[in-house]
Design a protein around this ligand. Sequence first.
Ligand SMILES: [Zn+2]
Ligand SMILES: [Zn+2]
Length: 172
Amino acid sequence: MVLSLADLALRGGERYERTYPLDLEPITLGGEAYRVLVPEGVSVSVDRVTGGYLVTVAFDAKMYGPCARCLEEAVLRVHAEQQEFAPTAKGGWEETELSEFIKDLVVDVPGLAREALILALPAQVVCADSCLGLCPRCGKDLNQGPCACGDEKLDGRWSRLKELDLGEGETP
Ligand SMILES: [Zn+2]
Ligand SMILES: [Zn+2]
């Protein structure tokens, strides 16, 4: 879905606002794919300013996928918002200063929205900030209670193995 800024025929100081439905492909984060839903669509506003347009996209997304700690299904709610300036005259602008999602005053709305979402994401998706994750030794979901490893002291055999590993300097 694209939006042609020139077709809006805005005069200086005028603003255009509309909400569009938005379907985004799953986003990969930490090697896992997260489904994205934007139930209320993306709000797009365009302000005609000196020398060009200010394009703003804003939306609330829900992302579904595994919790990075316990692997249970998690839902992440994210507010994404991004503003880009699109100059009416290209002169004087470096390619890198311009949004890659606005070409010749035509806005790639899903592309811009996807970038806004990715920039708004945390480093990992967790089911809850308090999620305890899985025990690194036995794999038990620690949200369901402590496992037996917690209190166990490293036994002699295990310490010797660790020393051997350190001695070799490199892990295979
Ligand atoms: Zn979790
Ligand atoms: Zn354990």
